[in-house]
Design a binder for this molecule. Structure first.
Ligand code: SAM
Length: 243
């Protein structure tokens, strides 16, 4: 998968995009992350990327021109784009709130272009002409789209086949099947008077599976009960929870 990021602060991505799981995915050739300095696409001699808002008001607005030129260079002609293979997403607090289902959907693309705004945002004509979807990472306002872009990249990268060492780990964790993950424990079995659950020490695979499933339901009910509303409730789970 190829992720292209449009930003005026490409240096923010150095480090976070090289470390740990994302770094490994890039080394393995599973993922490429390329940052593009929007300033390099400006046609004015001072390399300015912003101007005062029409209609007045506080702050500055990013010009449409460098984004249009950068997107044309990255995506080719607008009319030939296939949003199922290549998607342009704008990071904005006005977008749909990002979640695991969206991360999974995006991980199936060949190319994802992420647009990071700054100041009061970007001239709306960029959104109108190029943006397939708008993504928010939560109902709060940050100073720029760079951190949100990194959040999206991290969540998507770990879902790409081959990125995680153990292929099952992304399948079992929180949100993957609409539940929060069960509690995890590791050695020692007894720590400061607190014991790890005996089911997990039993070596009995079915007992472990059942304990984990029950705990996942319990946790979800306690912490995020709204996740259970409207969720399919398979027969096996009903039997398990009735025990
Ligand atoms: N004036 C804009 C508004 O009220 O909607 C907010 C602009 S914000 C200060 C600057 C940039 O940060 C935005 O263009 C966007 O790219 C990014 N940003 C801020 N908060 C965000 C969030 N919660 N999710 C995604 N991007 C965000």
């Amino acid at each position: 998968m190829k992720i292209d990021v449009l930003t005026i602060f490409p240096e923010m991505f150095t480090g976070p995009m090289d470390a740990s799981i994302i770094g490994r995915a890039r080394e393995k050739g599973i993922l490429s992350v390329n940052t593009h300095d929007v300033r390099a696409y400006t046609t004015n001699k001072h390399r300015r990327v912003d101007d005062t808002p029409f209609g007045g008001g506080a702050g500055m607005v990013m010009n449409a021109q460098p984004f249009f030129d950068a997107l044309a260079a990255l995506c080719g002609p607008q009319e030939q784009r296939d949003p199922l293979r290549s998607r342009v997403a704008l990071l904005t607090p006005q977008g749909a709130v990002f979640n695991q289902a969206k991360a999974r959907e995006l991980s199936g693309l060949q190319q994802l272009v992420l647009i990071c705004g700054r100041y009061e945002g970007i001239d709306d004509r960029v959104r109108q002409a190029w943006v397939d979807e708008e993504i928010s990472i939560g109902d709060y306002v940050l100073t720029g789209g760079e951190l949100p872009a990194m959040v999206v990249i991290d969540a998507v990268a770990r879902l790409l086949p081959g990125t995680l060492g153990d292929e099952t780990s992304a399948e079992e964790e929180s949100f993957s099947d609409g539940l929060l993950e069960y509690p995890q424990y590791t050695k020692p079995a007894l720590f400061r008077g607190m014991e790890a659950p005996p089911e997990l020490l039993s070596g009995h695979h079915e007992a472990i599976r059942r304990w984990r499933r029950k705990e996942a339901f319990k946790r979800t009910y306690q912490k995020r009960p709204e996740l259970l509303i409207g969720r399919p409730f398979p027969f096996d789970d009903r039997v398990l929870l009735a025990e």
